[in-house]
Design a protein around this ligand. Sequence first.
Ligand SMILES: O=C(O)C(=O)C[C@H](O)[C@H](O)COP(=O)(O)O
Length: 205
Amino acid sequence: MSNLLDLAPVVPVVVLDDAESAVPLARALVAGGLPVIEVTLRTPAALDAIRRIAAEVPEAVVGAGTVRSPGDVEAAAGAGARFLVSPGTTPGLLAAMLAAGVPFLPGVATATEAMTLAERGVRELKFFPAEPAGGVAYLKSLSGPLPDVRFCPTGGITPSNAPAYLALPNVGCVGGSWLTPRSLVAAGDFARIEKLASEAAALRP
Ligand SMILES: O=C(O)C(=O)C[C@H](O)[C@H](O)COP(=O)(O)O
């Protein structure tokens, strides 16, 4: 896989209550132009959802989000996750992610955390929670001293603020849950989700 951050401008962050929704949801996102999908391990349905998308939607690149422990890494990789995303990074989690054999975006929110990971050779990171942690101005400040580190900001990203993030030299893509509101997923309104995805796919300036 080429660099995870360069596959799509927006990574939908999905919370799935029912694994039955996984395949039609993934098809809608792919049809809208967003093939990279992060299914968060926040619900009991998540691993089954990843398994189904991996098996039935080959055009999608499905990964696991909210990866918090070595056990999560193992479960996600076992279900077929092609990448892993975490909200923060502990030494134990980093070791498990490094050993997993799939791309991963470990979460950071400070210069020290980013430098600690760069020291280990990891230079593609999730910046979380992007808006509360300092937003566009913060990431812009990091690009001076840390020009070799790139980010996927997530947390508070919207269609209105996404273009400013995507215009930064150290941002490859942004992540967000706005594309897959729980209400639309529950209602099975995949046409609306495809439309949200196609609007998001056009956001890169
Ligand atoms: O689950 C994870 O791995 C996270 O770290 C958090 C999510 O990426 C954000 O919660 C999405 O943020 P919103 O788009 O503001 O809803």
